[in-house]
Design a protein around this ligand. Structure first.
Ligand SMILES: [Zn+2]
Length: 265
């Protein structure tokens, strides 16, 4: 293409202008980190009439790290809850917090983590675990879920995307990892791990899309909002897909109660 031809082609001219502008903005704009999030900092007590929520506490003693439902740990004489685990008849007595020790050591200090276990009233053996990780100022609180699951000894068998119809007529998408964890030759636990991300005014089930929105917001809107990473996990029967209905049931009741986005999702 001749020089004149190059300049006459609007695609190239616009492309170059876009690139120059984007580079200019990336290096000159002072991004305002705002504290705006798309979710509340509290998980609901109940999800409909079926699911009853219980708070979860984690022992901070490195050699213990057990987790407990708050209702199973009575207050001691000082009016606080400490780890009731007995190690060779020695009480642990470790500090109990709402964040696991590993998370507390790795994540930025201002990360907010909310966790609840929801127990199905018609079948108390059936429980689902929900967590919300809300990023703090430096925005590095949220990692790819696959990395953490691998580190915990899970094998990810498959990854699927499901649609979750909401009461208001909108549809939310979640990514679902199907995981196996083998404890012994006889016992393998089959689980699922569903997740999606919520920004101040949008949702996505894709980690890469969240990163893209964060970059575009920084460049073109001069803001960096707090993103939330929401997960729901439970057990599944490897012979059927009932877990999909369970995820739809839980998320369609959970999300509208925590979302601050006016036109959800
Ligand atoms: Zn302990």
């Amino acid at each position: 293409m001749s020089k004149a031809g190059f300049l006459k082609n609007p695609f190239w001219v616009l492309g170059c202008l876009f690139l120059i502008t984007a580079l200019f903005l990336v290096f000159t704009v002072d991004v305002t980190a705002t504290n705006e999030a798309g979710v509340r900092e509290k998980l609901p007590e109940n999800l409909g009439t079926q699911w009853h929520g219980e708070d979860v506490l984690f022992c901070q003693t490195p050699s213990c790290t057990r987790s407990w439902l708050t209702r199973d740990v009575p207050l001691n004489e000082d009016g606080i809850r400490v780890c009731p685990e007995n190690w060779q008849h020695e009480p642990c007595g470790g500090e109990l917090l709402t964040m696991a020790l590993g998370e507390r050591l790795v994540l930025p200090k201002d990360t907010v983590i909310l966790k609840k276990q929801y127990i199905k009233q018609s079948d108390p053996e059936n429980t689902v675990f929900t967590s919300v990780v809300l990023s703090g100022k430096d925005r590095s609180s949220i990692h790819r879920p696959e990395v953490c699951l691998d580190a915990q000894g899970n094998i990810i068998k498959d990854s699927i995307t499901i649609s979750i119809p909401l009461e208001n007529g909108n549809t939310l998408k979640a990514q679902v990892l199907l995981i196996n964890k083998t404890y012994s030759e006889e016992y393998t636990r089959y689980g699922y791990y569903a997740y999606f991300f919520v920004g101040k005014d949008r949702t996505t089930h894709l980690h890469i899309e969240r990163l893209l929105w964060m970059s575009l917001d920084r460049i073109f809107r001069n803001v960096s909002h707090r993103w939330a990473y929401i997960s729901v996990s439970g057990e599944r029967n490897p012979d059927n897909t009932d877990y999909v209905e369970e995820i739809r049931d839980v998320v369609s009741k959970l999300y509208p109660q925590i979302s601050l986005i006016e036109s959800q999702p």
